[in-house]
Ligand binder design. Structure first.
Ligand code: FES
Length: 102
């Protein structure tokens, strides 16, 4: 288990997404309805970057072909996406967004 600091909580306003590159990962950090969520930034369907998509509640819509995922568990919500999105566990921290990876 490894913990990785991604950004300050203040860097991501509620309702917005920040792309963070760290180690070999390209991640999307979401601030949605008061909580933080982290997924891979790359859409599982194609070249879309989810940090450039549209966040509505806990649903991220890819701006490439309008596929949708639930950022809480990565589940596909709307086609053409078929493969679930990888999500990361966010660990509690006062000021930073921190994830735990294997
Ligand atoms: S690349 Fe994201 S929906 Fe196609």
């Amino acid at each position: 288990m490894k913990q990785i600091e991604l950004c300050a909580r203040d860097d991501v306003e509620d309702g917005t997404i920040l792309k963070v590159e760290v180690d070999d990962l390209e991640l999307a950090v979401y601030h949605a309805e008061g909580a933080f969520y982290v997924t891979d930034d790359a859409c599982t369907h194609g070249p879309g970057s989810l940090s450039e998509g549209y966040l509505d509640g806990h649903i991220i819509e890819c701006d490439f072909h309008n596929g949708q995922f639930d950022i809480r568990d990565g589940a596909v919500v709307a086609p053409p996406c078929i493969v679930a999105l990888k999500t990361y566990k966010v660990v509690p921290h006062d000021t930073m967004v921190v994830i735990e990876t294997d």
